[in-house]
Design a binder for this molecule. Sequence first.
Ligand code: CAA
Length: 258
Amino acid sequence: MAYETIVVEHEDHVATIKLNRPDALNALNSRLLGELTQALREADANDKVRCVILTGSSKAFAAGADIKEMSQKSFVDMYLSDFFGSEHDAIARVRKPIIAAVAGYALGGGCELAMMCDFIIAADTAKFGQPEINLGVIAGIGGTQRLTRLVGKAKSMDMHLTGRFMDAQEAERAGLVSRVVPAKNLMEEAQSAAQKIAERSMLTTMAVKEAVNRAEETSLAEGIRFERRLFHALFSTEDQKEGMAAFLEKREAQFRDR
Ligand code: CAA
C-alpha cells in the first residue's frame, strides 16, 4: 500500500517503518498516525515479518503531536473523537516486537510513541522531552504514565514540569533507552538487533513481550504467576524441544514457530 507520511521497507524478516513528514519534523498528525497503525497492523499480520523497526530522520524521530492540527480543537472535539485513543490502543495491541531507533528530537507524542515501542535504541544525537507544559497542556499519549514507570517519579516530574530535554546519555542512565550508539551506526545497530530477534521462535518472542509488558500492568505476584504459566505453556511447543536439543547437541537451533 502507498503511504504519504511514512515509508515502509522490508529487509529479510524485518519491516522498517520510517516516519516521513520532514517539513514538520515528523509531527504526528491524524494521517501519519492512521498510516502508522495500518502499517503496524499489516506487519503484525504478515508471516514474513518477525520484527519491526520504527524510526524517523536524523533530525527528528518525531517532534510531537501536530500542534497546527490541534491548536483550534475544543474539549468537545478532543473528547468525542477520543483524540489518538484508538491509535494508541492499536499500537499497544501489536504482538510482534517493535524497536524504536531514535535520532534527533523525540518530543511530546514523539517521546510517547518511542516509549510505546518495546525498547529504544538512541543515536547520540537523540533528545527526549515532554514539553507539552509550554503549550498549556499535558502529555496525552501515555507520557505521564510510561515515562514515570521507566525513569521514576523525580525525573519524570522534572521533564513534565520544566519541559526540558534529556540527551541520549542521560536517557540511557535513567533507563529510558536500552543503548546509545553513534548516529551513523543507528540503523545498522537496530537492524542487527531486529535480525537477532527474527532468528528466534516467534512463540517465545511474543511470550517475552506479553510477560514483560505485564510487569507494568499488574502486581509482582500476579506478574510472576502469569510468567510461570507462559513458561510452562512453552513446554508444549516443538521450538522448546528444538531449542534445548540444539543446545545439548552443540548446534544452532532451527525454530519453526510450532
Ligand atoms: N507540530 C507541528 N509542527 C511542528 C511541530 C509540531 N509538534 N514541531 C515542529 N514543527 C514544524 C515547525 O512549525 C516548523 O514548520 P515551518 O517551517 O512550517 O514553520 C518545522 O516543523 C521546523 O520546526 P522549527 O523551525 O521549530 O525547528 P527548530 O530546529 O528551530 O526547533 C524543535 C525544533 C525544538 C523540535 C521545535 O520545532 C519545537 O519545539 N517543536 C514543538 C515540540 C513540542 O512542543 N512537542 C509537543 C507537541 S504536543 C504533544 O505532543 C501532545 C501529546 O502528548 C499528544
